[in-house]
Design a protein around this ligand. Structure first.
Ligand code: PGA
Length: 254
C-alpha cells in the first residue's frame, strides 16, 4: 500500500532520562537510522534535555519537539516555557494537550486552543493529542469526546494554520497500560477524526492531514498499526526509551 501522507514516528520521552542518557539515546537512534528512510522521526525530550538531544541529532533529519508549550511569548508564568524559548532551544514541534497534561495538570480544551494558536503564530508545528477514557469508550461516547476535543481545539484556527497541525489519537486507556487499541479500533477512530476534519475544513484538507496513533505502541504491533490506511504514524512513550525497540518501530514494515 502506498500512502500519500508522509509517515511520522514520534518518541515522547516524558519525564525520563538525564541529559547524558537522553543524548546517548538520541545518538544511538541516529546511528541506527536507515539512510534511505522516507518518513519523519521526532524526539520529544524533557525541556532540560533539549540541548543535549539537539546536539546529538544536529545534521541528521531527526526533528525536535517540546512536550508542552505555554501560550504567552514571555511574562510572569513561573515554571512555564514559551514558544519563543522552545524555538530558541532548537524545536520545530510541540506536543500539545497530551492526556497526562489534561488529567494531571487540569488542562482544558480552552487552554489547549490557546496553546495551539500561540505555537502556530510562532511557526511551531503542534502535535495535538486527543482521546477518550475507558469509561467514555464503555459508554459509547468515544466519537462525541473526539468531536468536542477537536471542535474546541480548532476554534478560530483557519485552514492554512490548521494544516500545520498533526493529530495524535491516543485512547487514554491504552497509554502506558500495555493495552493497545486493535488496528481496527484505531483505524475506526482515525476515520472518524478525518471525517470531522472534512466537516471543519473540507475534503482536500482532511485528505492531506496526518493522524498518528498513540498508546502502548511497540515493536510487536507497529506493523499491523501502520498497515491501516488512515494511520499516518505513531506517538510512542515507553518503547521510545529503548534504542533497539524504537528503531524497530521507526523501521516499520508494511
Ligand atoms: P505509551 O505512551 O507508548 O507508553 O503508552 C504513549 C504516549 O503517552 O504518548
Amino acid at each position: 500500500m502506498i500512502k500519500t501522507r508522509k509517515s511520522l514516528i514520534a518518541g515522547n520521552w516524558k519525564m525520563h532520562l538525564s541529559r547524558k542518557e537522553a543524548g546517548e539515546l538520541a545518538l544511538a537512534v541516529r546511528k541506527g537510522l536507515d539512510p534511505d528512510m522516507k518518513h519523519e522521526v521526532l524526539f520529544a525530550p524533557s525541556f532540560t534535555n533539549l540541548e543535549a538531544v539537539r546536539q546529538a541529532i544536529h545534521g541528521s533529519p531527526i526533528l525536535l519537539a517540546a512536550q508542552d508549550v505555554h501560550w504567552e511569548d514571555a511574562g510572569a508564568y513561573t515554571g512555564a516555557v514559551s514558544p519563543l524559548q522552545i524555538k530558541d532551544a532548537g524545536c520545530t514541534h510541540a506536543i500539545i494537550g497530551h492526556s497526562e497534561r489534561r488529567k494531571i495538570f487540569l488542562e482544558t480544551d480552552e487552554i489547549i486552543n490557546k496553546k495551539l494558536k500561540s505555537a502556530l503564530k510562532n511557526s511551531l508545528f503542534p502535535v495535538l493529542c486527543i482521546g477518550e477514557t475507558l469509561e467514555e469508550r464503555e459508554q459509547q461516547k468515544t466519537y462525541r469526546v473526539l468531536q468536542t476535543q477537536m471542535q474546541k481545539a480548532f476554534l478560530e484556527i483557519d485552514a492554512g494554520s490548521a494544516s500545520k497541525i498533526v493529530i495524535a489519537y491516543e485512547p487514554v486507556w491504552a497509554i502506558g497500560t500495555g493495552k493497545t487499541a486493535t488496528p481496527d479500533q484505531a483505524q475506526d477512530a482515525h476515520v472518524f477524526i478525518r471525517k470531522e476534519l472534512e466537516r471543519l475544513y473540507g475534503e482536500n484538507f482532511a485528505t492531506g492531514f496526518r493522524i498518528l496513533y498513540g498508546g502502548s505502541v511497540k515493536a510487536e504491533n507497529i506493523d499491523s498499526l501502520m498497515a491501516q490506511p488512515d494511520i499516518d504514524g505513531v506517538l510512542v512513550g515507553g518503547e521510545s526509551l529503548k534504542a533497539d525497540k524504537f528503531l524497530r518501530i521507526i523501521h516499520f514494515r508494511v
